[in-house]
Design a protein around this ligand. Structure first.
Ligand SMILES: Nc1ncnc2c1ncn2[C@@H]1O[C@H](COP(=O)(O)OP(=O)(O)OP(=O)(O)O)[C@@H](O)[C@H]1O
Length: 301
């Protein structure tokens, strides 16, 4: 097993610049992606340290070491049942480890309060339940904690101009502002996915963890999601995405390949997406070719 030590990659970033459809204001101005605030004296890392996690009674994650940086697009790949979702949920503090630990900015995640944790880490699950009868802008406002007053609960703090600005910015950066007054029920699957992203970003997290964000999206929307995430990463966000499509994963800076709950390989795409690793993980013979500045995985079976 190779180490999960992080190696940053920056190859091909120019060609992955956001498409006109993403991150642009109606007037054609590129929307500002806020640069994440650094926390003084801490490392900008989400880390799994010799992590063992059970899914039910099944040992789904076994001794995983991995580091995820802010300002980096990391993808977790591996065959069905490899433990990807279980690892992601453990990184979020949603699954309790059997042993080992998750550290965020050098501090064990279990020592973070729940509100602290949910401000730093945003999650986009495989199927995001969005309230059908709610307007897009109000859904995005939920990412700022607006749920408190919308659901009749006592607000933990007053709504401020900064909250409105953060909602505006998230709408602009996901190109959802143009349908902010529409109800979720009136949106296509791809548009809903962008609203879910906007809601996650409105909370200004340091890391965004996504479980198969391109699932059920057509090729154009899937590429848009990846380009969009790249744009946020350039602004300092740490992205950790479970991806099944290896040709999309090849666009990440860093890959973690899981097999039967263990790390089979970790590093930049060119070191992880090798025919040997793909055969060992998926049992599939594949060629890996470089086309311009991209890696392409071509199955031979
Ligand atoms: N509640 C449970 N009880 C028992 N086993 C479980 C439970 N949940 C998950 N598992 C098993 O744990 C393993 C890892 O599951 P996990 O969902 O993390 O894999 P994955 O890599 O995300 O898979 P996929 O790509 O299919 O979504 C699988 O073998 C799965 O069957």
């Amino acid at each position: 097993m190779r180490s999960g030590q992080k190696v940053k990659g920056s190859e091909g970033l120019e060609s992955l610049a956001p498409s006109p459809a993403w991150g642009r204001l109606a007037g054609g101005t590129t929307a500002q992606v806020p640069t994440a605030n650094k926390i003084e004296g801490s490392s900008d890392i989400l880390e799994a340290v010799n992590l063992h996690v059970h899914a039910g009674t099944f040992p789904a994650v076994r001794g995983v070491n991995a580091r995820f940086d802010t300002g980096t697009f990391s993808a977790v790949i591996g065959p069905n049942g490899a433990g990807k979702s279980t690892l992601l949920r453990a990184l979020l503090g949603l699954n309790k480890p059997e042993s080992g630990e998750v550290c965020l900015f050098g501090r064990p995640l279990k020592s973070w309060s729940r509100p602290e944790r949910s401000r730093a880490l945003a999650y986009l699950a495989q199927t995001e339940g969005l309230p059908d009868s709610t307007k897009v802008r109000d859904v995005v406002a939920l990412g700022r904690g607006a749920g408190d007053w919308r659901f009749g609960l006592l607000p933990t703090r007053p709504w401020t101009n900064a909250d409105d600005a953060a909602v505006d910015s998230a709408l602009d950066r996901t190109d959802t502002r143009r349908f902010e007054v529409r109800k979720v029920a009136e949106l296509s699957g791809g548009e809903r996915q962008r609203v879910a992203l906007a809601r996650a970003l409105a909370g200004e997290p340091r890391f965004l963890l996504l479980d198969e964000p391109t699932n059920h999206l057509d090729l154009a929307y899937a590429l848009e999601v990846i380009r969009y995430l790249r744009c946020e990463v350039a602004g300092g966000l740490g992205v950790v995405a479970v991806l099944h499509d290896l040709n999309l994963a090849a666009r990440a800076d860093w890959l973690l390949l899981l097999h039967q709950g263990e790390v089979l390989a970790a590093g930049p795409p060119e070191t992880v997406l090798t025919p040997e690793n793909l055969l060992a993980a998926y049992g599939v013979r594949a060629r890996v070719v470089r086309d311009a500045d991209r890696l392409l995985v071509i199955p031979e079976d």
